[in-house]
Design a protein around this ligand. Structure first.
Ligand code: LMR
Length: 400
């Protein structure tokens, strides 16, 4: 028999985030808590279907539309509404049509399409990500043929962003590096840049001819939809070319529908149209055309001012529950006299908190207490609720 082509293939480690769900589900303990994957859970530990989403689902099902292909670029109205959501309705970018937006398979799909575009249409082959970053950023770049480098971001000793180091590293990147930046709710640290720091990043990108790619998976989870789009809008005002990845997995609780968008900002409508031809090829070669259902749900909400308002308030409800759980964890840690002050949890934004727990402590939490977190110390705050927060705090304190 011929030797198998796979005989030398070695197994690679499981995804450090997604694999936690399987471990959590397999754990028979009642006290178990899932602080792993970034997925919103309500007070009862369930990912709720938003009311506006449920209504849209029923309305779409009642239409009994045939399941045809939609364009490679997605639903045209959806694409336009995404631009209004990220840039603002009155944005010059929207009216001048110098940006193109395509519907993608979640935020991950947007990142993949963007790195493919910049590689094949513009010859980019170096990517830079923050240290640390969402682990998938590096894999997406690597599998698309980029060499990947990191820029310093988080400083563990001060438990904050080291902006001087970040700026220094960005300035040292080769021209035409694709720089992945977190538009809001930095994953995993929860620490974002200030407006002044973003302005400096913009200046560096301009001076060093770097191409910014803003990942905005958590719009609405820090302060609000408009507030959280501020970073994207600073880049929009700068006149730079840049890319933005949006996700509606989180803000609509539509994780399994894979619904997101890639927006590419160019200098003119003509450029945007030419870029779109490449995006169509990239979509075609990756998956042909995007799925329909999630796109129609989001489109129907974004298009209707009354539904949009209700979505905003449901989103605010999720955001406020997360904020309350941040406070509850910090308070509990203080009340039980934990060795370490955990008030920093209330200073971080979004779904995650970077706790400083070591891989050994995270393993101990899983083994002894059935509490699952990412081994880099990231916890998803959404997994906390009134019923488990005391238990989690006591468990954290006992491994410190
Ligand atoms: C996370 O970071 O947990 C989320 O973005 C989900 C994922 O795909 O990793």
């Amino acid at each position: 028999m011929n030797k198998s082509i796979f005989s030398t293939v070695t197994a690679v480690p499981d995804d450090p985030i997604l694999s936690l769900t399987g471990k959590f589900l397999a754990d028979p303990r009642d006290c178990k808590v899932n602080l792993g994957v970034g997925m919103y859970l309500d007070e009862n530990g369930v990912t709720p279907v938003l009311d506006v989403v449920r209504e849209a689902e029923l309305a779409i099902a009642a239409e009994h539309r045939p399941h045809t292909y939609i364009p490679q670029t997605g639903l045209p109205l959806y694409d336009r509404l995404v631009q209004e959501l990220i840039f603002g309705k009155d944005s010059e970018i929207v009216s001048s049509k110098r940006a193109c937006t395509v519907q993608t398979l979640g935020g991950t799909g947007a990142l993949k399409l963007g790195v493919d575009l910049m590689h094949w249409a513009c010859g980019l082959n170096i990517g830079a990500t923050s240290k640390p970053t969402w682990t998938n950023h590096n894999d997406i770049l690597r599998l698309a043929g980029y060499s990947v480098t990191g820029y310093r971001y988080y400083d563990a000793s001060s438990n904050s962003v080291d902006f001087c180091a970040m700026a220094e590293d960005l300035k040292a990147l080769p021209e035409k590096t694709l720089v992945i930046l977190h538009a809001c709710c930095h994953n995993p640290t929860g620490y974002d840049l200030s407006v002044d720091q973003w302005m400096e990043v913009i200046d560096i990108c301009r001076a060093r001819h770097l191409i910014p790619f803003l990942d905005m998976a958590y719009q609405g989870f820090k302060k609000g939809l408009d507030e959280d789009a501020q970073t994207i809008r600073l880049f929009a005002d700068s006149g730079l070319n840049f890319l933005a990845a949006s996700s509606f997995s989180k803000s609509f609780n539509l994780y399994g529908e894979r619904i997101g968008a890639l927006t590419v900002v160019t200098q003119s409508e003509d450029e945007a149209q030419r870029v779109t031809t490449h995006l169509k090829t990239c979509a075609r070669a990756n998956y042909s055309n995007p799925p329909t259902f999630g796109g129609r749900i989001v489109e129907s909400v974004l298009a209707d001012p009354e539904k949009f308002k209700r979505w905003e308030s449901e989103l605010a409800g999720m955001r406020n529950r997360i904020l309350a759980m941040r406070q509850a964890l910090a308070d509990e840690m203080k009340a039980i006299g934990a060795k370490r002050d955990f008030s920093f949890v209330t200073q971080q934004a979004g779904m995650f908190s970077f706790t400083g727990l070591t891989p050994k402590q995270v393993d101990q939490l899983a083994n002894e207490f059935g509490i699952y977190a990412v081994r880099n110390g990231r916890i998803c705050v959404c997994g906390l609720n009134e019923k488990n927060v005391k238990y989690v705090a006591r468990s954290f304190a006992s491994v410190l």
